[in-house]
Design a protein around this ligand. Sequence first.
Ligand code: F6R
Length: 249
Amino acid sequence: MLLMIRENYEEICKVAAQKFADFIRKKPNCVLGLATGSTPLGVYKELIRIYQEENLDFSLVQTFNLDEYVGLPWEHDQSYYYFMKKNLFDHINVHPNSIHIPNGMASDIEQECLEYEKQIIEAGGIDLQILGIGSNGHIAFNEPFSSLGSRTRIKTLTEKTRQDNARFFKSMDEVPKYAITMGVGTIMDSRSVILLASGSNKSWAIKNTVEGPITARVPATIVQIHRHATVLVDRDAASELTDAIKISE
Ligand code: F6R
């Protein structure tokens, strides 16, 4: 696992976006794993800039998002589909048929989850996956005590995660209770992962992810045994690290 610590949010986003851009240039038909939430926003902004100013070509890229709320239609302004369109897809030349996001309105959610796994395999597997991390150490919506071998499935969101996400909804009652999420095992099958974290509210999760024992209690700890994992954090998110060798490139 490569630990990279940068001064602030802006810097980690630049580094992550550059890694994505370099990868897309190396493998134009690559398969990207994407995340929503506040953390990747700066990365997407920078990727849009590189697309506009440096001709980064997404025309052959395929994308798979980590997760989607159950019960929110795609046009709902808090659905992850809407988020991705607004913050990335509407601004780059990715082909609409190459975009994959679980359908939280599917009548048969179990079948939808199986299909999603199948689509990832048919695309050749995910080359590069971007991950955020919850303040409780979740990755995607794999909350504490999720099986570390889990596959795409429906999950109940914890109260903590619902509270963390309530800022985007009018009231707590409107925050969905369930989500479809790639499993920890699905994420671990990606050929490379970049986990990003910014801010002191992530310092506990990063301390555990980098220095703690691997445990389902903190699902992100599994990245310790991923073959190509980069943990890219700013000073605040790194502030509780003590033992880890801090690499400053
Ligand atoms: C979203 C996702 C979540 C977020 C996490 C952190 O697709 O998978 O695990 O990455 O909740 O969210 P932010 O970045 O808003 O702090």
